[in-house]
Design a protein around this ligand. Structure first.
Ligand code: GLN
Length: 248
């Protein structure tokens, strides 16, 4: 299972989130402490997304994060008040390559998926019928996360609020492909939406920031683990969670 994180708050360097903490995302790539559903390392690519002048910027590679010699220098020189980052452990049978690594981008939106869709790709045939063929042909990669993202983008572009878009797509995918793992992160730089759907997510709040991470990156006790099947919505100043099952 992949590992991912998101942060909203005062501008910080990418390195302070992804490289420097004792149990950073960087470290979680080769030494994760909570892998579920197979896999031991997150070495099938990585990506970071952040904002410059309100525009989402993304850097992603197909190599393990520790193999990118340029990343430390870049991460120390870039600051942002909103960041989403992920390291990938590709699901068996899914393609490798840069296009399969999160974050996926649409306009200001950055997205990451930790998990898998059961019965891929056949199980989503019916759901995918609702997508314009142009969306299917322009997926970043023929990978479950990219199709999940296309389904959410369809809702967002129809004007559905982000939390409702994520919750409804997760529930529809679970119905079509029971037993799927659908832990997602979504931000537009102002708001953050996240789900736990069979894997961990921890939250760390301060007066003016919120961070979520598959695994706590520091050993302080400010981290709280979310229960499974929770929908989190946050800004840098607010954070709320609701159970997803039974949500209308
Ligand atoms: N299924 C997705 C992929 O293959 C996510 C993988 C994961 O969470 N380990 O990229």
């Amino acid at each position: 299972m992949c590992r991912h994180l998101a942060y909203l708050g005062p501008p910080v360097t990418l390195a302070s989130l992804v490289l420097d903490p004792p149990h950073s995302l960087y470290k979680q790539s080769w030494s994760p402490s909570d892998m579920r559903g197979g896999g031991t390392v997150n070495a099938d690519g990585f990506g970071l997304g952040w904002y410059v002048d309100d525009e989402a910027v993304r850097y992603r590679r197909s190599v393990p994060v520790w193999a990118d010699e340029n990343l430390p220098g870049l991460a120390r020189s870039i600051r942002s008040g909103a960041v989403l980052a992920a390291v990938r452990n590709g699901t068996t049978g899914m393609p490798l390559g840069e296009g399969a690594a999160a974050p996926f981008v649409h306009g200001r939106w950055l997205f990451s998926h930790n998990g898998l869709i059961r019965g891929w790709p056949g199980s989503l045939t019916k759901l995918a019928e609702g997508l314009p063929v142009t969306d299917l042909l322009t997926l970043d990669a023929p990978v479950d996360s990219a199709l999940l993202w296309a389904l959410i983008v369809q809702q967002l572009t129809a004007g559905v609020p982000a939390a409702d878009a994520v919750a409804s797509v997760v529930q529809n995918v679970e119905e079509a492909a029971p037993g799927s793992r659908l832990n997602v992160l979504l931000t537009d730089g102002e708001q953050l939406v996240a789900t736990t759907w069979t894997h961990s997510l921890w939250v760390r709040r301060t007066d003016d920031s919120v961070a979520v991470s598959s695994e706590p990156w520091s050993s302080d006790d400010a981290w709280t683990e979310l229960p499974d099947r929770t929908l989190l919505t946050a800004t840098r100043y607010s954070c709320s969670t609701t159970p997803m099952e039974g949500r209308q």
